[in-house]
Design a protein around this ligand. Structure first.
Ligand code: GDP
Ligand code: GDP
Length: 436
């Protein structure tokens, strides 16, 4: 079991405050993109050289009292499923409540190590109140803490990290594809997300109707881990239509920035529209992986040539971008929706792969010899060797005598040869010409 701790407890005891305190330091390192506020229910923390993941189950409890019972069960189930340990948070100032007792009973059955954090013990006189929670009858100590000013948290964390068998990993998301679902309003983004949520388990799911900006949800499917960045669930109420459009564009831009691969959903009945082309060229400039999902395919009358005709139309609008996978799907009929995800994960693989230098040279140098760059101003242009350089997306350095004379048409030729020899479907490829 990996180093994961879940924070559970009834609303308003201070779970989120504590969560933010734990992940604060690490998050600052992780969120190196300015202006991006990430709203997550899980984050990464470090204590005494051990790295661990914290789940804030508090994000689940949004509902009214009558929903409460089921919410408790959901939180506890989540904690049991995912976590190696549980921080059970209670409130010193409220004292022991009936809900706390219900919680404790469910937790006891989980057989997971439980750390009772008696929160809001801001001052020594409040700390004394914490002993009341021994009446819950859970094994182990009760830790008086103050999520707000930090007192007592060290003692709790000292004990908590002892149960983690390993040092953990600094960034568990490294190497996990972050996938964003983008597209114009009404193309079926939320439907796609719901279809995925309905069938597969995620560590962190979200209630509909939240007003968060970008929700990162971790999934496991086909034995693959990935993170979905969802912006479709955001329901900002705009007064006028322009407002809604504005927010939808803003959210897309933000999700695009945060993702590795985006699924651009288009409506089969409307086809590829100007805004879709804009998003795709922006994604290309940012070096993002892409999959085009033509949704609502069920609404189209088809014969054997229909999808080919669609494909051609899309590619014409996207020219010169011609390397994107296009999948015809119907969320309504659950047709090919997993294939879309599968493809996105595959594109991520293309985006992150590294071709050994010898393989590139063996494949591309003979092509160059067959069709060398045209001499410019009487000078012979020689490309000596090629290597893939480390970058956010596949980038190749061509070392040559006169890099400034390589023409655009020749660059396109080289890119095509790279794509013919190696699979970079769905990802932009950058060519850099260097003097040697
Ligand atoms: P959650 O619903 O359990 O996630 O609780 P929140 O983290 O949202 O906190 C509920 C309220 O308790 C907020 O108003 C916090 O400012 C407050 N709070 C959280 N921790 C402390 C604490 O250590 N001391 C005091 N006095 N207030 C706190
Ligand atoms: P979003 O605005 O992109 O999140 O779009 P929604 O998911 O809210 O979907 C907009 C409308 O399209 C809803 O009425 C959906 O039921 C409908 N819809 C979504 N996917 C499909 C599909 O594959 N086929 C058909 N016929 N309708 C769909």
């Amino acid at each position: 079991m990996s180093n994961i701790v879940a924070i559970v407890g009834r609303p308003n005891v201070g779970k989120s405050t504590f969560f933010n305190r734990l992940i604060e330091k690490r998050q600052a390192i992780m969120d190196n993109m300015p202006g991006v506020t990430r709203d997550r229910h899980y984050g990464y923390a470090e204590w005494c050289g051990k790295f661990f993941t914290v789940i804030d189950t508090g994000g689940y409890v949004t509902g009214s009292e009558d929903k409460f019972e089921s919410e408790i069960r959901k939180q506890v189930k989540l904690a049991i499923d995912e976590a190696a340990a549980v921080i059970f948070m209670v409130d010193c100032r409220d004292g022991l409540t009936g809900f706390d007792k219900d919680f404790a009973n469910l937790l006891r059955a989980s057989k997971k190590p439980i750390f009772v954090a008696a929160n809001k013990a801001d001052t020594p006189d409040k700390t004394i109140l914490a002993s009341e929670f021994y009446a819950l009858g859970l094994d182990g100590e009760v830790f008086p803490v103050s999520a707000e000013n930090g007192s007592g948290t060290g003692e709790l964390l000292d004990e908590l990290v002892k149960i983690f068998p390993t040092e953990g990993v600094e960034d568990p998301d490294a190497g996990t594809p972050r996938i964003a679902i983008l597209g114009r309003p009404n193309v079926g983004k939320s439907s796609l997300l719901n279809a995925l949520l309905g069938t597969e388990r995620s560590i962190v799911t979200d209630e509909a109707g939240t007003t968060r900006d970008a929700i990162h949800s971790r999934y496991k499917m086909y034995g693959q881990d990935f993170i979905l960045i969802d912006t479709a669930g955001v329901r900002k109420k705009g007064k006028v239509k322009d407002d809604i459009e504005f927010y939808s564009v803003l959210r897309s831009l933000r999700a695009l920035e945060e993702c590795d691969v985006c699924i651009v959903v288009i409506d089969a009945e409307r086809g590829m529209e100007a805004q879709d082309v804009n998003i795709i060229s922006l994604a290309q400039r940012q070096g993002k992986g892409m999959v085009i999902m033509v949704n609502k395919w069920d609404l189209i009358e088809k014969d054997s040539k229909t999808s080919e005709k669609f494909r051609k139309e899309i590619l014409e609008k996207l020219a010169p971008i011609d390397y994107l996978p296009i999948i015809f799907a119907s969320v309504l009929n659950k047709q090919r929706i997993f294939q879309v995800i599968e493809k996105a994960v595959q594109v991520f693989g293309n985006k992150t792969k590294k071709i050994p230098t010898s393989q590139i040279n063996d494949a591309i140098l003979p092509e160059i010899a067959r069709y060398p760059p045209a001499a410019t101003k009487g000078k012979l242009i020689q490309i000596k060797y090629i290597t893939q350089v480390t970058a956010r997306f596949p980038s190749f350095a061509f070392f040559c005598n006169l890099p400034q004379y390589i023409q655009e048409s020749y660059q396109r030729f080289l890119e095509n040869k790279i794509r013919e020899n190696f699979d970079f479907e769905g990802v932009p490829v950058r060519l850099i010409f260097k003097k040697k």
